[in-house]
Design a protein around this ligand. Structure first.
Ligand SMILES: [Zn+2]
Length: 359
C-alpha cells in the first residue's frame, strides 16, 4: 500500500460506504492517472441474473426489446455472457418467460438457470420464492420445462431434501445439466447424498436458508468442506458479512469460488419499488433489496464489476483471483469459453474497478 495509514483508513471508510452504494450513484472524483492500473480480463459470466436495469426476466410481459436493453447495460458492467435465472413459478409461466429469453437469440445468453421450483417450501430457506409454486422434484416436470425452454436449461438449483430431488439430480447429471444445492434446510447427511448423486455447486452459499441453524454439523459446513462443490457467493455487502466472504473463499479456495450477482430489475436503478416474478420488492438507499416488511433479501442490486471489487476488499485476494471468479471459473464450470475481452481500470486505494471498454 503506497498510502499513509491515515489516508488508508480514510479511503477504506470511503470504500466501505461506496461498496453498497446503489449503481448509478454519483461517481467519485477520478484519482490521478498514476494510481490507476490498467489490465484486461476475459468477459464476465454471471450464472444468476433475474433481471437488470428495470427489466424482470421473470415477467411474461417483458419484451425482447426490454431484454436486449438489459443485456446492453449488463455488458457495460463487463457481463458478456449470463444465465438468465427463472425462479420458482408454474410450468406455464416458466415456459412463457423462457420463450422470451430464447427469442432474443443473443450470444450473451449461455442458457437458463432454473432456480426452483424444487426447493424448500419453509419460510427462511424459501426466501422470496412463492410458496404456492414450490414443488417436489419430478423428472417429468423437469422434462416439460426443458422442452418449453428448447433444451436450454443448463443449471438447476434444488433443495436435496425435497422428495424426488436425488433421482432428479442423477438424471440431470446424466443429461449434462449442472445441479446446484440451494434454498435448502437439508441435514449434512443429505448434502453428502446430493454430492454423491451429482450436485456440483452451492448456489449463493450462506443465503437462502433459515436465520437460525444448528452450529454443527449443518448444511453450510458440509458444503464448505465438500471439494466436489464449487460455491457461488453474492458479494454485495448485504448478503454476507465481509468476514464470512473471506472465510468462505479461504475454505473453498479462489479456484472453487464463483461470483454471482443474483441481480433483479432494481439493479442499475434508483431506490424504489420493483417486481421480482410478480412479487413487489423494494430497493432502499443502501442498495438492499427486500420484500417490504419481510426479513429476507430478495435478490440484489449488484453489478459484477462491483462484486469483483468487493471480493478483493473483503477476502483480501489478488484482483486476478477475483476476476477469475467472475469469468474463467464460471465458464469452466459450465464447460464453455469466456466471451470477449474487458479493458479494465483498477484503483487499489479505493477498491474501484471500472470497465473502460468491452471488446
Ligand atoms: Zn436464490
Amino acid at each position: 500500500m503506497r498510502t499513509s495509514r491515515r489516508k488508508f483508513l480514510a479511503v477504506t471508510a470511503a470504500a466501505a460506504a461506496s461498496a453498497v452504494a446503489p449503481i448509478g450513484a454519483s461517481p467519485r472524483p477520478s484519482p490521478a492517472p498514476a494510481d490507476i492500473r490498467r489490465l484486461t480480463s476475459p468477459g464476465f459470466l454471471d450464472l444468476q441474473v433475474n433481471g437488470f436495469a428495470g427489466v424482470d426476466f421473470n415477467d411474461p410481459a417483458t419484451t425482447v426489446d426490454d431484454l436486449q436493453r438489459a443485456l446492453g447495460v449488463l455488458r457495460a458492467h463487463g457481463v458478456t455472457r449470463l444465465l438468465p435465472t427463472l425462479i420458482t413459478s408454474s410450468a406455464e409461466r416458466f415456459g412463457q418467460c423462457a420463450s422470451i429469453l430464447l427469442q432474443a437469440k443473443a450470444d450473451a445468453i449461455a442458457g437458463i438457470h432454473m432456480e426452483g421450483p424444487y426447493i424448500s417450501p419453509e419460510d427462511g430457506p424459501r426466501g422470496a420464492h412463492p410458496r404456492e409454486h414450490c414443488a417436489p422434484a419430478s423428472i417429468d416436470d423437469f422434462k416439460r420445462r426443458q422442452d418449453s425452454a428448447a433444451g436450454r436449461i443448463r443449471l438447476v438449483t434444488l433443495a436435496p431434501e425435497v422428495p424426488g430431488a436425488l433421482p432428479l439430480t442423477e438424471y440431470l447429471r446424466a443429461n449434462g445439466v449442472r445441479v446446484a444445492i440451494g434454498h435448502t434446510g437439508a441435514t449434512a447427511e443429505v448434502i453428502r447424498d446430493a454430492v454423491k448423486a451429482g450436485a456440483t455447486l452451492s448456489t449463493h452459499l450462506g443465503n437462502g436458508c433459515a436465520n437460525i441453524i444448528p452450529r454443527h454439523p449443518n448444511f453450510i459446513w458440509e458444503q464448505l468442506a465438500a471439494d466436489e462443490l464449487m460455491a457461488s457467493l453474492i458479494v454485495d455487502g448485504h448478503h454476507l458479512p465481509p468476514s464470512t466472504v473471506k472465510a468462505m473463499v479461504r475454505a473453498k479456495t479462489p479456484r472453487r469460488t464463483i461470483l454471482v450477482t443474483d441481480a433483479i430489475a432494481a439493479a442499475g436503478q434508483p431506490p424504489g419499488d420493483y417486481q421480482l416474478a410478480g412479487v413487489r420488492v423494494r430497493l432502499d438507499e443502501t442498495g438492499r433489496v427486500a420484500v417490504p416488511g419481510a426479513p429476507n433479501l430478495a435478490g440484489s442490486a449488484l453489478a459484477m464489476d462491483r462484486a469483483v471489487a468487493n471480493t478483493v476488499r473483503f477476502a483480501g485476494v489478488p484482483l486476478e483471483d477475483a476476476l477469475a471468479m467472475a469469468s474463467t471459473n464460471p465458464s469452466t464450470y459450465l464447460g464453455i469459453q469466456p466471451s470477449g475481452t474487458l479493458h479494465l481500470e483498477w484503483d487499489a486505494d479505493t477498491f474501484t474497478l471500472r470497465v473502460a471498454a468491452v471488446a
